[in-house]
Design a protein around this ligand. Sequence first.
Ligand code: HEM
Length: 536
Amino acid sequence: VSIGDQKVLRGTGGELHQTAGGDIPTLTTQQGTPVADDQNSLKAGQRGPTLIEDQHFREKIFHFDHERIPERVVHARGFGAHGYFETYESLSDITRADIFQRAGEKTELFVRFSTVAGNKGSADLARDVRGFAVKFYTKEGNWDLVGNNIPVFFIQDAIKFPDLIHAAKQEPDRGFPQAQTAHDNFWDFISLTPESINMALWIMSDRTIPRSFRFMEGFGVHTFRMVNAEGKSSFVKFHWKPKQGLQSVVWNEALKLNGADPDFHRRDMWDAIKMGDYPEWELGLQVFDEKFAEEFEFDVLDATKIIPEEQVPIRIVGRMVLDRCVDNFFAETEQVAFQTGNLVPGIDFTNDPLLQGRNFSYLDTQLSRLGSTNFNHLPINAPRCPFHHFQQDGHMAFQNPKGRANYEPNSWGKDGGPRENPEKGFQSYPEELEGAKGRHRSETFADHYSQARQFYLSQTKVEQGHIADAFVFELSKVQTAAIRERMVSHLLNVDQDLAAKVAKGLRLKSMPEPADAARPTIMDLKVSEKLSIVLN
Ligand code: HEM
């Protein structure tokens, strides 16, 4: 027989054997031993049993048995692509980061878009926040901008992240729903966490059902710092603006698409890049100083708030083009490890307690996900600039330091390996710090409704209708009446009309009291009062 122009032999049991020759390479084991027969295991006699000395069979099955690694604890479902960043102008006035020094310079990058709550095999059109993570392979090391397509977040302090994610993912007894916000645990947590109300408005908007990854904005969310060569610091918020425009589907379309093609967003990105229709985003910065931060009506360290573009306009500083699909999904998209702590000289953290917590979390989880401290040796994670350090050994170490020196200081002169570089090295911004140790939450973080109202009122009538419909749809899946009522009591503090529409859609018998908007901190209250707040 033949398949295409290839000759195929038929075995004694009727099985097909495609053989090597000409341009077709010989199949080997992982040890490089040529394989004669990949269709039949080694047997004693015509009809078995299979012999344990069959090393090719053993190696093949052993490797297959261990193909799965843990999926990401969040953002498990994602899709990646390669591309480049091109700087429009030098930003040496605000940062010494090498990537921003020369107009027209291109830097390689890798992007992974994702949903947050669903498992790896969930559907693309779930109502969910989308991750927007970018790894820039700069000449001074990797810079990861690990953002989302929504500019605010659910919580102000990273200590609440495990609770948020536990509540958002499938309920632990029943194992469902897997990628839906429409369930009791999720809305229970939101309704008991007033700081999440602004985000709740954003996630009920059309932004959480994007038409495709190509039509989404991206945000660094936190306030970061940029520091120039003179040591002057500026605060910065990062924005990605899609050149394709911003587009979403409506809920009915999302439901149909999920049924017809759960891979709709993956396919869209793959097809666009393969056809040469490369998606582009422009990088924009909101740059402001300490004085603005002090006078701004919200705390710039509070990740549940935006800085309106009317107050600090966006400066467009470059563009990102995605022009290459991955060669292998697992090697690249699955094994890429983003980490907010991956910064380069000239870019720095602020004291945003959500960002500070994230800086701990990513390394930790990647050790458990990728199984070795050496995941940075993987080509997708390794820097593309020269790098030299003394970290060694561990599972799968294949980039150990060469030569005698694996410590410093040492006496080995030019054979002594890499040395510190006070001039070029990363320097943390020397911010003055003071205050008593304690589990504090600043009262500048206390207003949870004003920006939610601002966001709702900034929407068109049609979009406002979609938000109300989304609340009704999602909350109607909640079986506990008290949770639905609690959500409406929050909405009363956002917009009366919205609250009325949702209450009507949910057929509430009466309107609840508005949630207490200016409650004292729980630490100041007596136990009985704490209890009444909980019961509220
Ligand atoms: C993963 C964004 C808050 C822990 C991710 C990813 C993105 C992201 C985009 C996917 C990375 C990828 O594609 O590989 C954000 C944003 C946040 C936020 C924008 C808030 C502004 C947090 C917080 C924590 C956290 C507060 C924990 C304290 C994680 C973990 C992963 C992850 C553990 C999985 C990483 C991996 O396995 O590679 N996050 N996240 N995130 N995030 Fe966050």
